[in-house]
Ligand binder design. Sequence first.
Ligand SMILES: NC(=O)c1ccc[n+]([C@@H]2O[C@H](COP(=O)([O-])OP(=O)(O)OC[C@H]3O[C@@H](n4cnc5c(N)ncnc54)[C@H](O)[C@@H]3O)[C@@H](O)[C@H]2O)c1
Ligand SMILES: [Zn+2]
Length: 343
Amino acid sequence: MRIQHSRGSYAVEFGSFNQIAGMLPKSCFVITDRNVANHWKLDAPTLVLPAGESTKTLESHRQCLEWLADHGATRQSTLVALGGGVIGDLAGYVAASYMRGIAYISVPTTLLAQVDASIGGKVGVDLPQGKNLAGAFFPPVHIWICPDTLQTLNSREFKAGLAEVIKYSFIAAPPLLADLKHPLSPDSAMLPSLIETCIDIKAKIVEADEFELTGLRAQLNFGHTVGHALETITEYRTYLHGEAVAVGMVVEAIIGEMMGVTRKGVSEHVKAACRAQGLPDSCEDLQWIEELIECMGRDKKAKPATQVGAPPSIRMSLLVDVGKCKLVEDVPSKMVEAALKAC
Ligand SMILES: NC(=O)c1ccc[n+]([C@@H]2O[C@H](COP(=O)([O-])OP(=O)(O)OC[C@H]3O[C@@H](n4cnc5c(N)ncnc54)[C@H](O)[C@@H]3O)[C@@H](O)[C@H]2O)c1
Ligand SMILES: [Zn+2]
């Protein structure tokens, strides 16, 4: 598969980790994290960073740049991002800035990174003021998808990645839902083709809206307005991203039904799909309803308030039916409240 962007295109290829390990370009440097390095190694100079979101900082970015300079990396060198979305975002941003941009290959090793984070060229780091506040659009030169790397991922992380697969199924690929009726594991035979379909959906959307200008790319945010608010309010300690998105998809499907946007009964399908994969399907954080709603209004995808003093409007990608969604501005906060209580 090839993904087009404004400056060219890149291939997304599937293979085993051993296959890709034998195909690295000459001058190449690897950035990875501790958990990944314990299982997956490439034969090239490797910088191993601590695992987790706390590594996605400007401090790590500086450390990576200096490591490349210390090791004599040149404009012709290739950086390899070997890891989940944290390493992909960080290493991609390092590649975007080292010597004003060098080539990088993405080798995503979590399900979330394989179906989502590695596709679309968004790279960056967090600031103390918020997530992903420093970054760039900087596509890789190649993406290698090695489903075998998922064998060493812990099952909670794997399931969290499945939330994004469920999201793609509901926004654009209803046939996938048949494969999601029973719990999937990294061994499931249909996993590579599921991953490929998800990449294909995201690729088509980012090709059509590379820089998030037309609202098309925002469709990928089904479940994310509520999901991001849940993650923020619980300070990223309670939910993995995919778990918050699972709850978010259920709540947003209920909101859609209440608003008459989503066909009645779809929220039950969403719930069943999340439940079948062992993901949460209801919101337990009702003590923070006000804060959650305020947070949704502050979401960077929300439109600013049109009148001074008025609350900013809540914007969501809502399902119309299974396989179709649309961006809805001005979701009433009362509906959000009612849906949170109803799920
Ligand atoms: N750029 C984008 O378009 C985009 C889209 C979605 C998410 N993201 C970003 O992705 C990040 C989340 O990504 P993630 O969920 O992959 O998190 P992550 O990179 O932190 O990985 C999750 C955990 O799994 C471990 N791990 C990774 N691969 C492993 C493997 N094969 N075996 C064993 N352990 C392994 C990691 O060390 C980490 O502890 C967030 O920072 C988010 O902002 C970016
Ligand atoms: Zn997501």
